[in-house]
Design a protein around this ligand. Sequence first.
Ligand code: XMP
Length: 520
Amino acid sequence: MDMKSGLFGERVIVIDFGGQYNQLVARRVRECNVYCEIYSYKTDIGQIKEMAPKGIILTGGPNSCYEENAPTYAKELFELGIPVLGLCYGAQLMMHILGGRVEKAPVKEYGKTEVSVDSDSPLFADVSAKTICWMSHNDYISQTAPGFQVIAHTADCPVAAAQHTDKNLYAIQFHPEVLHTMEGTKMIYNFVRGVCGCAGTWRMDSFVEETVNRIRERVGGGKVLLALSGGVDSSVAAGLLSRAIGNQLTCVFVDHGLLRKNEGDEVEAVFGTNGDFDLNFIRVNAQERYYAKLAGVTDPEAKRKIIGEEFIRVFEEEAKKIGAVDFLAQGTIYPDVVESGLGGESAVIKSHHNVGGLPDFVDFKEIIEPLRDLFKDEVRKAGLELGIPENLVFRQPFPGPGLGIRIIGEVTAEKVRIVQDADAIYREEIAKAGLDRSVGQYFAALTNMRSVGVMGDERTYDYAVALRAVNTVDFMTAEAAEIPFAVLQTVMSRIINEVRGVNRVFYDLTSKPPGTIEFE
Ligand code: XMP
């Protein structure tokens, strides 16, 4: 939904030059209670001016700014009277455009580096004279542009930071957005709240209130349909829409029988007739239908495809019963928007359950995406604000195809039971050990391996359950988490004793790559 114009008041714009930390920069700004959006360096300056940002941040990037065809920006950006902060490539580009010199550094810097602050700067208010920062660069600023003063250096980098206070231009060679930069958050705060003078009005309670008003205005007396998966995004979208328009909202929740133990009932308890939200809740119990479709199918891609397509069929059938609606709501969040490369301009269609598109036969006029400006941690805060229970708001990431990709080989009702029970025990023990918020993603999976064991006096021939726990920043790479051995032992013995059909428990030590987080 278009909620750009003026809703969030003051804003800071991040201009993205392809740096790997671009989203992190925007998140750090928002942590200072300042609304922030990311735009590609290809965005026209006219569009930037129209948004009247209180500040502009140029990100890092993989190029050398002096090379032909390197990403650049109109010089006018530095003459708008808006404070600009360049980070890494952004800092070098600022110098390059304004008449300084950037060249290959005699010594590359990578990693935690001690930076010495040389003189007073609003950017370094309350920052220690010597501070550890995260460096990652091959080029360096060998000469600052006219009017700039060097404000920090390292042993190998004469210009670790520079400023032109009259013009409110700041350049930093290191990455304050990365948490390895010990006082980076303070520096970003100093820029957005100090230099740019932002008041810090971006807060989740006001977001909820303003979004609710916006939705009411836009929807009027119309009808809205939402596919509710029980995941964080669609649940918060449901909460927000329900607060705004009550039972003009219908949520269809498809229980495909591949959810975690009791999850279907938990979702129904929150959003169903006896729950706290005013909306029409339709639960479709499609378990048997899914198991029938999945019988005999062992290929992982074929399983994903069946689960996805079946979801569309079930959702369409329900939508047809409801008839024409005015809006189809989606739980698209800001990283989806950024990653789709649309930079917040036009509507992205998030394929529900990653199934490659929207149902064809759902009759709607427009798409409404109430969370498209929020990062995941903000979605969670909005969820708490709306009174959605913590266990739902802090729910682990869960793939659309559900347990279907945590059961290797054919999916059967019996195997689903085994993996659900084992996973429930694992989650319970992880929570008991106080690890549930610190481990990135963890779950039990069912290997397709059966082996000989012995229980009491009897020989068994049962399944092996694999436990997985990973820590990850972006889900593109991951490391196996170090779960204390005693916790794993408790989980193992409970699974063997309580879950019929299991006689072995493995712990998966594989990182990603070469493994993936899920098993199929
Ligand atoms: P992999 O297994 O690719 O998982 O390392 C990375 C992250 O993505 C989740 N995942 C999915 N999420 N539909 C989803 O909505 C899927 O098909 C899917 N496959 C993996 C996975 O849980 C992990 O967080």
